[in-house]
Write a protein of this length. Structure first.
Lengths: 71, 160
């Protein structure tokens, strides 16, 4: 393995970190987490894998969002 | 996300840590793309260019600040493509298990991963036909040797 993957990794990480730092100055205090954030909050609050549905019911067990990101 | 919220409380620190993790995953995605391009095109320059282009692609960079599974999903999909490529070159249980794990994790990250399953499977069977044939022929060659003791045991000629 040459030096190229390391250069690519460093370049990408720099661009993304710069993006996080620059955008953090003017975005709203809460990031855009959509329903994933709601379900994660429910998990931390002890309500289980619930919430996150925007129609039918607002609370209760949810199967709308895939679990990988939430956990 | 829930892990960070639980560890650090739901606030700016947890949000920042999620974004840092996504930045690292995004950087790893570019390295995986470098290896995928290298495996397909066998050209280091093109592979570096591919990784560099994704590194500077503004939409992929902007996804870092969204707490959305697309960053990790793209990473897992690309990783599974890389394992499938390696599997097509040389069949091994290790690569097969790793590929399955990546595909499973991608499906848990976003259900649209299920679209990729049949495509990868079809591509693999067409591409790896030579490798699969080699394995099949090797097993067929072994077969008579393994069954050579059976006629003696059953008391009849081998061709009977």
């Amino acid at each position: 393995m040459g030096l190229e993957p390391v250069v690519v990794f460093a370049l990408t990480l720099t661009v993304r970190l710069a993006f996080v730092v620059v955008i953090a100055h003017w975005r709203s205090p809460n990031p855009t987490a959509w329903k994933y954030g709601e379900i994660a909050t429910s998990l931390v609050d002890g309500k289980g894998y619930s919430g996150g549905s925007w129609f039918v019911v607002k609370e209760g067990p949810s199967a709308f969002m895939a679990p990988f990101t939430v956990f | 996300m829930a892990g960070f919220y639980w560890l650090f409380g739901e606030g700016q620190l947890a949000y920042l840590l999620v974004e840092l993790l996504q930045a690292i995953v995004g950087a790893a995605t570019c390295v995986v793309l470098y290896h995928v391009a290298g495996a397909i095109l066998k050209n280091k320059r093109v592979a570096t260019l591919s990784g560099g282009l994704l590194a500077l692609y503004p939409i992929h960079a902007s996804l870092t600040i969204f707490h959305h599974p697309v960053t990790i999903y793209v990473f897992l999909e690309l990783l599974s493509v890389l394992w499938v490529l390696r599997l097509a070159q040389r069949l091994s249980w290790r690569d097969a298990v790793l590929c399955g794990c990546c595909l499973g994790a991608a499906a848990l990250a976003d259900a649209s991963a299920f679209v990729l399953f049949p495509c990868l499977l079809l591509w693999f069977f067409f591409k790896a036909r030579a490798s699969l044939n080699t394995v099949y022929l090797r097993q067929r060659r072994r077969l008579p040797r393994r069954r050579a003791w059976e006629p003696g045991l059953l008391g009849k000629p081998y061709w009977g």
